[in-house]
Design a protein around this ligand. Structure first.
Ligand SMILES: [Ca+2]
Ligand SMILES: [Ca+2]
Ligand SMILES: [Ca+2]
Length: 533
């Protein structure tokens, strides 16, 4: 890459050079001065923004009115009337050894286009793509690279690139570029594998990608090899087919440990699916009083934690309930009609206490659906905190075709991290790699009009969607973006492993969103976990 070097002697740049030369990368979050980082220096319609160098189709980058924030006037735009490739670049010198993080706001059209930012500090080019959000909505991305002193010099340098490779009339906007010391990554990269045990028992097998002589491999090993750190396991109280009970949890936790995968236990407090539309009290608990239900939550939670401990490890995280927007253990723990926040608070405290008594290191997670709905999260967490409920992690389900745009997800996660000072986690996400089907049961997402603009139902579209959810979590401020779990990664179409535990003839509505394709080979999306290894 051609690098633009500026001269520290120039009057306008003297302050910037002085600051960069004195940077101390041991302190994360220290800002490094850039030239014209908000594109405000020149005014409108400038073809060559001050301080930046254009590479490629240099006519395709220019300034326009309309900044990312209301306090700014201008933005960088990439656009051309024919196919184009352009990079707007700036090189920062005088940097001490260490990690640096580039952040930028951007937005883009959703046709045949790649828009991304790069940071190269001498150890290869780190890249992050701009997620596709709703029209006009800005999204912030972050990417880190390591700077080393060059050729015995005491200082290193970093090259910043703002890129678009696009078809005619596709466009990108960038604004408010920052460079700071420190590194961002996504420490928890997980897959929900709740379907796996039953799948295997019924003959399901899994193959790694790119294997020359295909031979089945443990799905857990495939996940770990690609960079996953965690698995998530669903637990029901008395499931009709005995899958997802405490015995299975113990077996799967032991297998996960063997593959160096940590465990997130997902307690549903039901005999079947629990989500915002249904939170049915387990049959065994159906005659209990609220006091007795509180005790039952404690005992069941403790037993689940103990099942993992018996396997020789401890749960890294335990979810008290699954997608609790409407509460749990209906009608006792409703959040509506009328709301029973006090009962819900008692149940959640019982779960918290059980986890901490069983395993003080284990993080307690509270999980809602609608990851793009900040109002729903604030309403729920404000009410729960008012009940004195303690927790360690705020988790969200985020399915882009149901829960708002990537920009909505970012707004919500960033607000939650800032407002409550807690780590945030995307506990469920998924996207189809095809609109085809591999059994006779219709799929949750099967029609073109259900898809999110910018993300086709292809292996690459699935990968891009997961990549961008990871990018949103990576950019959460103050290092509070904890991780992303892909839901249910191993739920391939195996006869008998349908959605209904009471009906062996029920089908699968998820096989086009698994991380294994219709030949049971790992999809390219799984490789996205490797970026944060
Ligand atoms: Ca600006
Ligand atoms: Ca230009
Ligand atoms: Ca199906």
């Amino acid at each position: 890459m051609v690098k633009h070097l500026f001269t520290c002697g120039a009057t306008l740049l003297a302050v910037a050079c002085a600051l960069t030369a004195n940077a101390t990368p041991t302190v994360p979050g220290q800002a490094i001065s850039l030239i014209n980082p908000g594109f405000e220096a020149d005014g409108a319609s400038v073809a060559s923004p001050y301080g930046w160098t254009s590479l490629g189709n240099s006519d395709a980058d220019f300034l326009e009115w309309g900044g990312q924030s209301s306090s700014e006037s201008y933005r960088l735009s990439h656009w051309a009337g024919s196919d184009y490739s352009v990079a707007t670049t700036q090189t920062v010198t005088g940097l001490a050894k260490g990690w640096y993080t580039l952040k930028a706001w951007g937005r883009r059209s959703t046709g045949a286009t790649q828009a991304y930012i790069t940071l190269d500090c001498g150890k290869g080019t780190a890249r992050v793509d701009l997620p596709a959000a709703w029209s006009g909505q800005w999204v912030q991305v972050a990417v880190s690279a390591q700077a080393l002193p060059t050729n015995g010099s005491a200082t290193g340098e970093c090259s910043i690139g703002l890129h678009t490779d696009a078809a005619a009339n596709e466009w990108t906007n960038f604004d408010e570029v920052t460079l700071e010391t420190g590194k961002v990554n996504v420490p928890v990269r997980g897959a929900d594998v709740s379907s796996l045990k039953k799948s295997e028992d019924l003959g399901g097998v899994y193959y790694p990608a790119d294997q020359k002589k295909p031979k089945p491999v443990s799905a857990l090993k495939i996940l770990e090899d690609e960079g996953a750190t965690h698995v998530r396991l669903r637990v029901w109280v008395d499931p009709a087919d005995s899958y997802h009970d405490l015995h299975e949890l113990a077996v799967m936790a032991k297998r996960a440990k063997k593959e160096n995968l940590k465990v997130l236990v997902d307690l549903h407090y039901s005999d079947t699916w629990a989500d915002p539309g249904t939170q049915t009290v387990p049959a065994r608990w159906s005659n209990l009083t609220v006091d007795q239900l509180e005790a039952a939550v404690f005992l069941h939670t403790f037993a689940a934690c103990a099942a993992v401990r018996a396997s020789g490890t401890y749960p890294d995280m335990v979810q008290i309930g699954n997608e609790l927007n409407s509460g749990m253990l209906w009608p006792y723990g409703h959040t509506w009609n009328p709301p029973s926040w006090e009962n819900l608070g008692r149940f959640l405290k019982a779960g918290y206490n059980a986890v901490k008594i069983c395993s003080p290191k284990t993080k307690v997670v509270l999980h809602l659906a609608e990851g793009g709905n900040n109002g729903a999260f604030r309403w729920w967490f404000d009410n729960i905190i008012a009940q004195g409920v303690k927790f360690d992690v705020i988790a969200a389900s985020y399915y882009g075709y149901w829960h708002g745009s990537m920009g909505d997800l970012q707004y919500n996660l960033n607000d939650l991290a800032t407002r409550y000072g807690k780590e945030v986690l995307v506990a469920e996400t998924a996207y189809p790699f095809t609109l085809g089907y591999n059994d006779s049961h219709s799929n949750s997402i099967g029609l073109p009009e259900q898809l999110v603009a910018g993300y086709p139902a292809t292996p690459e579209g699935q990968a891009a969607n997961l990549r961008d959810v990871l990018s949103i979590v990576r950019a959460v401020p103050n290092g509070l973006g904890l991780g992303v779990f892909y839901w249910d990664a191993t739920w391939t179409a195996v006869p008998g492993n349908g959605w209904d535990p009471t009906d062996a003839a029920s089908g699968n509505s998820w096989e086009n969103q698994a991380l294994f394709d219709f030949d049971s080979v790992a999809t390219p999306a799984l490789k996205e976990f490797g970026r944060d290894k």
